[in-house]
Design a protein around this ligand. Structure first.
Ligand code: ZN
Length: 673
């Protein structure tokens, strides 16, 4: 069978990939990889070329096969593809655990490490990570414990996928059909048009709203109809839970409890006190106490500032507010104070213009060129494809898929399609997927972004550049690979800052209809609005981070109330909003239950401290788009990937260790001093 997933001579042929290709391709590669492992361990080798290089090459092949599968499952999800994907997860997980628990392979890596004299620093980092990961995967466990550990990893992979499915199904199941036009008061025209089109498509009168994030956010922020806001809020915060309109139908509670129990067991098998300790073994932060102290250090000045911000909203509304009122009155306050809203600015940020400006900015900063190209294949007509070149030639390429549509997972992310690698003399250029869920074009209007969405795009493009501009040829430490989790958001959050610069805003804006530049007074008000409610956002993120970290710091009590009581305790210490009883935020907390941020959500704040501090170097320079500083950042941070410790990379760029003051200053929580 000609299986397109096994053809790596070109970029993925997405249209040719069908669900029945997935499992056979994986089976074939896993079998081939197992033969490589047998050869490597059987030969008793002790050199890089005889042990590590063949392993890196086979991982790279597997990555190339699996990347388009994971990607298609996320952006054009069908029941058949989802089923094929799910059948593969336990196989992949078992394979990964088996490799990392292979004692003969562990011994071979140790032999290479002993004779490491001739290796370069990046190669030594590959070995250091590999030996650490062998130990974390239980290579030193006895037979029975090792088998148990393997079973735990397989079950966890399946449970995490089920968490995501429940959430996706619950999200798609809810729709709001509105017949009275009066109920739409305040809503942005784009959102109303789209709801109208959705109703027409189903032969319905009126307007049909879905629960994708732009719709939810648009209603909460703009709907004057309080009951409509309450309905959307309740539907959103009870997804996949025991409460709300679909109570119990896709309830994630047992999945979450089982995930936490299994994670705790797995970490104690390896000799850690809890999962939080296990999580930190691969991170920049040194200990749970350091993380707790770090979060408290941010919370202490932020909470009183957040309480003052909330009081302003309550004062404007003139009455006590429920959780579903706060975004609406906050938006009103923002409009009163700055006379701008998300929607006022949208016409000045057509997607095409923003992308072009973002590309020009990074071309100048990093001395590269970004040009549109034709990929061999795509998965949707809206997808764009670009190449990055510099004086030496092609550095990498990326796909851009920006708009929300059905059967596409919510949120925004960058994922790797191909990692940079060199085997013998053959160089594989890195390739990335940049995915967002912005509101598509409607009627005569081209797709337009809110400024928040502009910032999201900058963020994901920061990840994209980190993945594509690496110069490291060993795939396990090239690009974003091998970078400590709590440092991996440094380039993305760093790049966000430029979306707020007077020097940059004219490059990325221009009225979609008239082409006029963003008026100076709007620009000034936008900049002033940057510090609006920053403390409320800070405590919300700290709430998520503390909840996650405490949840993974001890086993759940057996009373079935553990998660909710930890959440209530964290909220009592850091939150400023009163949440309704039915709020089941945790049931949709994909980062920690579906994805890899367990006991790691604090990483966002950790990396924000790094990125704000790094960015201050640019902000303090004569001009913010400073190619000389850009080159320093490129050389010390973007190009090195995971081949240098995150702290060493930061110090190489900044000349000292990071401090939290830059972030607190940027948020307006600390004065300029
Ligand atoms: Zn990110």
């Amino acid at each position: 069978m000609d299986n397109p997933l096994l053809d790596h001579s070109t970029l993925p042929r997405f249209a040719a990939i069908s669900p029945e290709h997935v499992e056979p391709a994986l089976d074939e590669l896993l079998a081939a990889n197992r033969r490589v492992v047998e050869q490597v361990t059987g030969a008793g080798g002790a050199t890089w070329d005889s042990v590590v290089a063949p392993l890196e090459a086979m991982d790279h092949r597997l990555g190339r096969m699996w990347a388009p599968v994971g990607h298609l499952n996320a952006v054009v999800n069908t029941p058949e593809l989802r089923a094929a994907y799910n059948r593969c997860l336990p196989k992949l997980s078992a394979y990964g655990t088996e490799l990392k628990q292979n004692e003969a392979l562990f011994a071979a890596f140790r032999r290479v490490a002993e004779g490491h004299g001739s290796l370069d620093p990046a190669q030594r980092k590959v070995l250091e990570h590999a030996l650490r990961d062998f130990r974390l995967a239980g290579v030193a466990l006895s037979g029975e414990e090792k088998a148990r550990f393997k079973g735990l990893m397989e079950e966890l992979a399946t449970l995490q996928a089920r968490f995501e499915e429940n959430l996706l199904d619950a999200t798609h199941a809810w729709k709001k059909h509105v017949l009275e036009e009066a109920r739409l008061a305040g809503l942005p025209p784009g959102l109303v048009d789209r709801a109208r089109e959705a109703a027409t498509a189903e032969n319905l009168e009126g307007w049909l709203f879905t629960l994708d994030f732009p719709s939810y956010h648009g209603v909460l922020t703009h709907a004057e109809d309080r009951e409509l806001r309450r309905e959307f809020y309740e539907a959103w915060v009870t997804r996949a839970s025991d409460r709300g309109p679909h109570a119990g139908r896709w309830d994630n509670t047992p999945v979450m409890e089982r995930i936490l129990t299994l994670r705790h067991e797995a970490s104690t098998l390896l000799g850690f006190a809890n999962y939080a300790e296990y999580s930190l073994a691969t991170k920049m932060a040194g200990s749970p106490a350091e993380v707790i102290a770090f979060l408290d250090e941010l919370a202490t000045p932020s909470r009183p500032a957040a309480q003052r911000e909330l009081a302003e909203v309550v004062e404007l509304a003139g009455r006590p507010l429920e959780a579903w009122d706060i975004p609406f009155y906050s938006e009103r306050l923002r409009r009163d104070r700055f006379a701008i809203s998300d929607e006022t600015l949208r016409p000045w940020f057509p997607t095409e213009r923003v992308l072009a400006g973002l590309f020009r900015l990074t071309e100048t900063l990093f001395d590269i060129e970004i040009r549109q190209a034709q990929p061999p294949d795509s998965w949707h007509r809206d997808v764009g494809y670009y190449e990055i070149v510099d004086g030496e030639g092609l550095r990498g390429s990326f796909y851009v898929d920006l708009y929300a549509r059905s059967r596409k997972r919510g949120g925004a992310w960058m994922d790797d399609c191909v990692g940079r690698a060199r085997f013998d003399d053959e160089v594989h250029r890195p390739v990335a997927f940049l995915v967002c869920n912005f509101m598509p074009a409607s009627g005569k209007r081209p797709p337009l972004l809110t400024h928040d969405e502009v910032v999201t795009l900058f963020h994901e493009f920061g990840h994209t550049l980190h993945h594509l501009l690496t110069r490291i040829d060993y795939p396990s430490v090239s690009g974003i690979n091998g970078v400590a989790w709590d440092a991996v958001e440094l380039p993305s959050q760093f790049l966000e800052n430029f979306a707020w610069e007077p020097e940059v805003l004219p490059m990325i804006s221009g009225h979609y209809d008239t082409g006029e530049p963003l008026p100076q007074d709007l620009l000034e008000r936008l900049l002033e609005s940057r510090q609006f409610q920053t403390a409320m956002q800070m405590v919300r993120q700290l709430e998520f981070a503390m909840f996650d970290f405490h949840l993974h710091s001890a086993p759940l009590p057996p009373d079935g109330q553990g998660m909710e009581s930890i959440l209530a305790d964290v909220r009592s210490r850091v939150a400023v909003v009163d949440y309704p009883d039915f709020n089941r935020f945790a049931h949709g907390f994909s980062h920690i239950f579906g994805g890899g941020y367990a006991a790691g959500y604090y990483s966002y704040k950790w990396a924000e401290v790094l990125s704000a501090d790094a960015y201050e170097a640019f902000a303090d320079a004569d001009r913010v788009v400073d190619p000389a500083l850009g080159q320093r950042f490129l050389r010390h941070v973007l190009e090195v990937g995971g081949s240098v410790d995150a702290m060493d990379a930061f110090i190489a760029f900044r000349g000292r260790r990071p401090t939290p003051e830059a972030l607190l200053r940027q948020a307006g929580i600390l004065g300029d001093g």
